[in-house]
Design a protein around this ligand. Structure first.
Ligand SMILES: Cc1cc2nc3c(=O)[nH]c(=O)nc-3n(C[C@H](O)[C@H](O)[C@H](O)COP(=O)(O)OP(=O)(O)OC[C@H]3O[C@@H](n4cnc5c(N)ncnc54)[C@H](O)[C@@H]3O)c2cc1C
Length: 463
């Protein structure tokens, strides 16, 4: 039986970060991956989705501005070409992961599904290995809600941009309906709409992106309905689905009426569920919460000695940089490095790569007030910034949340071009405990969209 210093269940970003640190410490490490090396991010998440989004945005902007420059209405890029280029990007990224393992000399990659079968022991099919330490980094999968008829009705999920046969979208459908209006539906729905498909989104909450600030979700909804022609069914619950490969029927119950919408393809984007089932966790003494996320302490130790966990399988915030950071904490603890500070959740920036983009950090006003915090809010309009005027007044708004009295910054939410970049200054300000005055006194590059933060700071407590 092979023995390792560290065995990692799952081969996503968290696994590769931890393995990189283990390699620097000279440890013999095994990564066990049942699907594709690299995990969700390069294979069916961040990378392929951002490629599609970027191509669709370039086309939409070219189309929007063509007349102004005397051009003709450009034709949409053929979906087949986009799919081939995206697949190529995915394959290159996957190959880079495999090469990094081959070059390391200390890391091995084993294809198969791993399961804990005893103290320091993992079974992969009929094979068993021993490891002094184990890291669980099995990530999360699309959540398939219990909707009547869904199991029998063909549907896609957030895995639709991967390369796996049967799970991925190879051609542009005439129409799609998304169940759930979170970030994946917004990003992919807008892109596919821009490439020529009819898109409808059904969301049970009163706005898109229900976990974001209400004004931000509403602003994106307006941009989608008015600017893109995306059909939004808000405050609506899917009660039944049916159909076949060519047409699906989705019954929805709204606050006022019950109706049926049809589309060529159905996409389920209703959240994620941790990959913590059938791993032998209970027998190994690894506790999970009610949703199945693995419980860890600040050092990413699970409740079982010698077993750590990191990445999406330990719960939100679920994003690649957080998975990497938490994996680095775990690996640091495994190899007795000086402790890294835990993820300061309040200062983790989040983004949604729609157009306009969404950037957010820290508390929203509603969540802060619901938690009993006394806060003040300031809101600014992008059109009023100098850059907004120069750029023909694109849609955009920013909201800042500050603690009443001290005016210490507790959160920022943006819906505007480049919000995913601008939010990084807001995140640094929250992490550094800046006050609203600090943000106002900061010297900004002029004219930039980032100045919207200064304008919003000037409005705190005045609206
Ligand atoms: C469409 C989409 C777009 C996204 N866009 C972004 C973005 O723009 N920015 C961002 O930061 N994040 C984005 N994310 C989220 C990001 O992909 C994840 O947060 C990140 O991949 C989590 O990394 P991880 O290492 O925890 O797990 P994963 O990437 O999920 O990898 C876990 C791996 O473990 C494997 N596995 C599971 N169980 C076992 C087992 N028993 N044995 C062996 N292998 C197993 C799985 O096959 C998987 O490959 C996106 C996700 C999706 C779906």
């Amino acid at each position: 039986m092979q023995s390792y210093d560290l065995a990692i269940l799952g081969g996503g970003p968290a696994a590769f970060t931890a393995a990189g640190i283990a390699q620097e410490r000279g440890a013999r490490t095994l990564i066990i991956e049942e699907r594709q090396p690299g995990g969700v991010c390069p294979n069916r998440g961040c990378m392929p989705s951002k490629r599609l989004i970027s191509e669709a945005r370039r086309y939409a902007h070219a189309r929007r501005h063509a007349a102004r420059f005397g051009g003709h209405d450009p034709a949409p890029p053929p979906m087949q070409r986009l799919v081939e280029e995206k697949d190529d990007l995915v394959r290159r990224s996957r190959a880079a992961h495999v090469r990094s393992v081959e070059r390391s000399g200390r890391i091995e990659l084993l294809s198969g599904r791993g399961r804990l079968v005893g103290r320091g022991r993992i079974a992969i099919g009929s094979q068993e290995i021993d490891a002094t330490r184990i890291l669980i980094a099995t990530g999360a999968s699309p959540l398939i809600p219990a909707i009547s008829g869904l199991a029998e009705t063909p549907h896609l999920t957030s895995e639709m941009l991967g390369t796996e046969e049967g799970l991925s979208l190879r051609a542009l459908p005439r129409s799609l309906v998304f169940i759930g209006g979170g970030y994946i539906a917004c990003e992919l729905g807008q892109s596919l709409r821009r490439l020529g498909a009819e898109v409808a989104i059904v969301e049970i909450a009163d706005r898109l992106l229900p976990d974001q600030d209400a004004r931000i979700g509403a602003a994106l909804g307006e941009a989608f309905e008015e600017g893109e022609g995306i059909a939004l069914h808000l405050r609506s619950r899917v009660t039944h689905v049916s159909g076949d490969a060519g047409e699906v029927r989705v019954s929805i119950e709204g606050s006022e009426a019950t109706r049926e919408i049809t589309a060529e393809r159905l996409v389920v984007t209703a959240g994620v569920t941790p990959n913590s089932r059938d791993l032998g966790l209970a027998e190994a003494g690894v506790d999970t919460d009610e949703a199945g996320f693995i419980r860890v302490d600040a050092r990413m130790r699970t409740t079982a000695q010698g077993i750590w966990a990191a990445g999406d399988v330990v719960g939100p915030p679920m994003a690649t940089p957080v998975a990497n950071y938490r994996a680095a904490i775990a690996a640091g603890d495994i190899f007795d490095d000086p402790p890294r500070p835990p993820v300061a959740e309040i200062a983790v920036p989040r983004a949604v790569f729609t157009d306009p983009e969404i950037g957010a950090v820290g508390w929203t006003a509603e969540a802060a007030r619901a938690a009993g915090l006394d806060v003040q809010v300031g809101e600014a309009d992008l059109a009023r910034t100098a850059r907004g005027a120069v750029e023909h007044k694109p849609r955009g708004l920013a909201r800042l949340v500050a603690e009443a009295g001290t005016l210490r910054l507790l959160g920022a939410q943006l819906c505007c071009p480049r919000a995913a970049e601008i939010v990084q200054l807001a995140a640094a300000a929250v992490a550094s405990q800046w006050t609203v005055a600090n943000l106002q006194q900061h010297v900004y590059v002029y004219p930039t969209f980032t100045e919207i933060l200064r304008d919003a700071a000037g409005r705190v407590g005045k609206d």
